[in-house]
Design a protein around this ligand. Structure first.
Ligand SMILES: [Zn+2]
Length: 191
């Protein structure tokens, strides 16, 4: 009986280790990435098959496969040479890494608050276009982000919400500073 119980416990422990390794591998490879397409030398938004890479990684060095690409379906069946870029820096080309690097040590162009400490699921900082309009980064596809970040300036979540409200409901706002703020926004976004 003790032997059976010991074997059962060993089986459960082994299963837990297997599952944790599988999930860790999945978390490592999931997520949208921005790579430079080897064919066009332009940004492409891709995602690798994280479960496949995770399972394959249990047997040795994981082989990556694309799960999606912004150039599909037109270029479906390509050689997936962009995978080499991901293999070289799995985390470096993640959209999250791109955004974290861009917001690092930046401040909101309206209130001056730091936007470098990003909370990914709430109160995320936004982007200000040259016309003064504010946007969330999720409005841009992964492959558009590199150009979007070059053309926008950072704004904190609170200012983004306030500016969006002002823009959406201008008749409801009595704000003496509104004109000055917008002028400041446009000037800041052009810098
Ligand atoms: Zn702000």
């Amino acid at each position: 009986m003790k032997l059976l119980l010991g074997a059962l416990l060993a089986l459960v422990a082994g299963w837990c280790v297997f599952l944790s390794m599988l999930v860790r591998g999945y978390l490592r490879f999931r997520g949208q990435r921005v790579v430079t397409c080897p064919e066009t030398r332009t940004p492409a938004g891709v995602a690798v098959n994280a479960w496949y890479a995770s399972i394959d990684g249990l047997l040795g060095k994981p082989r990556l496969r694309l799960q999606s690409c912004s150039r599909w379906p037109e270029r479906a069946g390509c050689g997936e040479k962009c995978l080499r870029e991901i293999e070289g820096a799995p985390n470096g080309c993640l959209v999250r890494a791109l955004l974290a690097e861009w917001y690092r040590e930046k401040r909101c162009i309206l209130c001056g608050a730091s936007v470098s400490d990003i909370r990914w699921h709430e109160r995320r900082p936004g982007l200000v276009a040259t016309d003064g309009t504010t946007h969330e980064w999720s409005e841009f596809a992964a492959e558009e982000l590199p150009d979007a970040l070059r053309a926008h300036r950072p704004i904190c979540w609170s200012c983004h919400v306030a500016e969006t409200f002002r823009r959406s409901f201008p008749d409801l706002i009595v704000d003496r500073e509104s004109i000055a703020r917008r002028q400041g926004l446009r000037a800041g976004a052009r810098e």
